[in-house]
Design a protein around this ligand. Sequence first.
Ligand code: HEC
Length: 117
Amino acid sequence: MKRFFAPLLITTFVFSTAAFAAEPDLEAGKAKAVACQACHGADGNAGTDPQYPRLAGQYRDYLARALHEYKKGERKNPIMAGFVAPLSDQDIENLAAYFASLPGGKLGDLHGHVQGE
Ligand code: HEC
């Protein structure tokens, strides 16, 4: 019995630590986000300049994907390319989770704005 369980335990341990490493860390994301605030706003809702997209409240996986695309050059933007270059995959996960967790200011639905409701 012991011979059967030992490898099983080791496998379980390896998989669970791998999953743990990929967990987003909101505090680490918040710390990295300082570099993003000049353009995307202190609360992730951007300022009045429409060239800077709002990040707060966007889907986490969308934000992460966008950052990976800038990094790989699939999305081309000279400003963002410079900011994503030093980010690790874990930094991207953390930043995406952090901005997704912020309240998305002006994003909303159309309730009360559509006739016939
Ligand atoms: C100097 C200004 C500036 C800084 C600093 C900056 N960005 Fe951006 N960011 C932009 C601009 C401009 C765009 C729009 C680029 C485009 O058209 O693709 C953008 C786009 C994005 C997008 C895509 C949004 C979408 O809706 O598709 C994400 C995600 C993003 N930035 C995250 C970040 C993160 C995370 C940081 C910090 C590590 C950061 N940005 C720092 C200017 C900036």
